[in-house]
Design a protein around this ligand. Structure first.
Ligand code: ASP
Length: 344
């Protein structure tokens, strides 16, 4: 009989690892190594499961690049010993974290599935059980001896998405994430339905995993709104050490065509600060030059973020800044899909 797939659950914190004290009503973290006492069903899955945990689990609002490296190192160290990985984090920043991890691993050939929950594992109405059990099942799914999923995914409420296509859209609904520009990779109904043509396959053959952990967070987001003042936009020029700005523009990537705005964009270029144009819309893409209001951006050398999400633009910028690229390499890599994060 074929060997059972082995899955490593990496617990970093978040609501999923909490139990409710029914006497006081307060939520408290529980010892995650005892997970099978909370979800005994895990023992009945056709795989072996081990768990590791952050020493001090965190609320994901405290997530930062040091923790990204910690998560990625836990996976890299165990990469050859397990068939798949399930990473539990709080949902609040899960799209940022999972996107960052997707860039940190090049030539990934095993599943890394992020999940969490809206209600703690110890709550009677919890969504944690289904999210965790199905994530483990997806991570353990194999075909002809290879994992079906060979990328970083995010599973929540019956859908596995490509992680770097997701956004958290609800603090209330169990269906907390959306992926407007890329369909789900797996849908969980009576059966697990894998959408095979959508799955990412690493280009290299059986090459080893390439682990890149130099991230640079000298970046900022500039979200436009009607009435934004020159003073506010100009203040970004004063940020010491700033290397990149994600410009959350309107619609198909449009921005004001007022001379002061274009002048400041020119100054960003002169200071060597990269500017990436993305859209505030949840769905759809930047089309630089489609309107006069974005043609000016293109002429100023602004990078086209196409249909990338804000969360993934942040992660990609941190990753590419860490790679010491020339100006033209940076633009070229940003404008092409490296991990399926944008449409080419
Ligand atoms: N505040 C929590 C966190 O992101 C919410 C959650 O776990 O979903 O850590």
């Amino acid at each position: 009989m074929a060997k059972k797939p082995s899955i490593l659950i990496v617990y970093t914190g978040g609501t999923i690892g909490m139990v409710k004290d029914y006497e006081t009503g307060a939520l408290r973290a529980f010892d995650f190594s005892q997970i099978s006492s909370k979800i005994p069903e895990l023992q009945h899955l056709h795989c072996s499961i081990d768990t590791i945990s952050f020493e001090d689990p965190i609320d994901s609002s405290n997530m930062n690049i040091d923790y990204y490296i910690q998560i990625a190192e836990m996976i890299a160290k165990n990469y050859h010993d397990y068939d798949g990985f399930v990473v539990l984090t709080g949902s609040d920043t899960m799209s940022y974290t999972s996107s960052a991890i997707s860039f940190m691993f090049e030539n990934l050939q095993k599943p890394v599935i992020f999940t969490g929950s809206q209600l703690p594992i110890g709550d009677l109405r919890t969504d944690a059980k289904e999210n965790l059990i199905t994530s483990v099942q997806i991570a353990a799914a194999q075909e002809n001896g290879s994992p079906v999923i060979q990328e970083v995914g995010l599973y929540f409420e019956y859908k596995l998405y490509r992680a770097n296509r997701t956004t958290k859209i609800s603090a209330e609904q169990f269906e907390a994430f959306s992926s407007m520009n890329y369909p789900p990779l797996v849908e969980s109904g009576v059966h697990l339905n894998f959408n095979y043509p959508l799955l990412l396959r690493p280009e290299g053959k059986a090459e080893d995993l390439i682990f890149r952990k130099k991230l640079d967070n000298n970046i900022a987001i500039l979200k436009l709104f009607p009435g934004i003042t020159e003073r506010v936009v100009r203040s970004y020029l004063q940020i010491e050490g700033l290397k990149g700005i994600i410009l959350e523009a309107y619609g198909a990537g449009n921005a004001p065509s007022e001379p002061w705005f274009l002048e400041i964009l020119k100054e960003f270029q002169e200071q060597g600060i990269y500017v990436v144009d993305i859209t505030q819309c949840e769905g759809g893409s930047v089309i630089l030059g489609h309107y006069e209001t974005s043609a000016a951006l293109r002429n100023l050398g602004v990078i086209n973020g196409k249909d990338i999400t804000t969360e993934t633009a942040v992660a990609k910028m941190m990753y590419l800044l860490g790679e010491n690229l020339t100006k033209s390499e940076f633009k070229r890599y940003f404008e092409q899909a490296l991990r399926g994060e944008m449409s080419n």
